[in-house]
Ligand binder design. Structure first.
Ligand SMILES: [Zn+2]
Length: 330
């Protein structure tokens, strides 16, 4: 958006607010408490808010940031639940069916395509936020296991964790923006403005990562599951995951031995674990090598504790950056 357009937009939005907020009253009314219900003040042209259903936390957060007040955004997967093994209930399916817009990441939600076809709705706009991105194949199964080949190719599962790369996250926000504009073209200017503002914050986050991780002493970090592949690639790091692309893919004893050996040889002092997954295996590795454990949050959901601390995507990502910076400088 050019600045001329932005200015004229801000102007017209301000004007609209005054007009809708004060009716026949004087200009003063616009600065007072709104006379109308907030819900009514921000409706779409058709007179009702968009109903947007998302899957897990980053999809919810990105969508809310772009939608602003124009939509009721809900997340199907509740706080504290791990999305890799979540399945929709009948009630969730009814929400999917009713949605004006459905936003999902792709791959994580293995149930989504089936759900969308059985809860069909011709009017619904579907956004698969990772679509069109250059997805990597999972590497978890390949590490140190060349000897385990049995003439079969391993399952080539694509890595879904693009939301953990502040650069690819911007692309997901753009896809969500396009979906909202398609469903509600009357509010296109607002969606553009909101998306631009959030993308600017993601760019700042990217800069913080680049700056923070510039002069680190080591490049390898051990994580609980293989969630940080895109982030690692973006900042020139190497992720060494204990579990596979999904936290339920527990390591084989061989793999565990390999990781412990790697950690000892490289003098790793921190093993990362996640808030939504049992830290047992990470603790075992840490005890074995005399390392400590710390959180590296894959943002697959916020815990109640995260919420109490008012942590959001940007806040958690900043914590992740600090945790990585600390561990990689030990
Ligand atoms: Zn994951």
């Amino acid at each position: 958006m050019n600045t001329w357009f932005k200015k004229s937009f801000v102007l017209s939005a301000g004007l609209a607010l005054i007009l809708s907020g004060c009716g026949a009253k004087s200009d003063n009314a616009a600065t007072n408490t709104p006379q109308t219900e907030p819900n009514q003040a921000q409706t779409t042209d058709s007179g009702k808010k968009l109903k947007v259903v998302t899957t897990f936390y980053p999809m919810y957060e990105f969508t809310k940031q772009v939608a602003g007040d124009h939509a009721d955004v809900t997340a199907l997967i509740p706080a504290g639940a791990e999305p890799h093994d979540w399945e929709p209930s009948a009630k969730d399916m009814a929400q999917v069916k009713d949605a004006d817009v459905f936003v999902y990441n792709g791959i994580v939600e293995g149930w989504a395509e089936q759900a969308l076809s059985s809860a069909s709705n011709d009017q619904r706009v579907v956004v698969e936020a990772s679509k069109g991105l250059n997805l990597m194949e999972g590497t978890a199964e390949e590490e140190g296991e060349a000897h385990a080949e049995e003439g079969h190719a391993h399952d080539h599962v694509l890595d879904p964790h693009v939301w953990l790369d502040p650069v690819l996250a911007q692309k997901e926000v753009e896809s969500i923006e396009a979906g909202l504009v398609k469903a509600d073209p009357a509010n296109k200017a607002d969606y553009e403005k909101n998306a631009d503002a959030y993308i600017a914050k993601l760019k700042e986050l990217d800069t913080e990562f680049k700056t923070g991780l510039k002069d680190i002493k080591r490049k390898d970090f051990i994580t609980q599951h293989a969630a940080f592949g895109y982030l690692a690639k973006q900042y020139g790091l190497t992720q060494v995951p204990i579990s596979g692309l999904s936290p339920e893919q527990e390591p084989t004893p061989d793999k565990l031995v390999g990781i412990i050996k790697f950690a000892k040889e490289n003098n790793v002092k921190t093993i990362f674990f996640e808030t939504l997954v049992d830290p047992k295996v990470a603790e075992t590795v840490a005890t074995e090598i005399g390392a400590k454990i710390d959180v590296l949050n894959p943002l697959e959901g916020l815990t109640d504790e995260d919420k109490q601390k008012n942590l959001d995507y940007l806040g958690v990502m900043k914590n992740n950056m600090e945790a990585l910076k600390k561990a990689l400088n030990e």
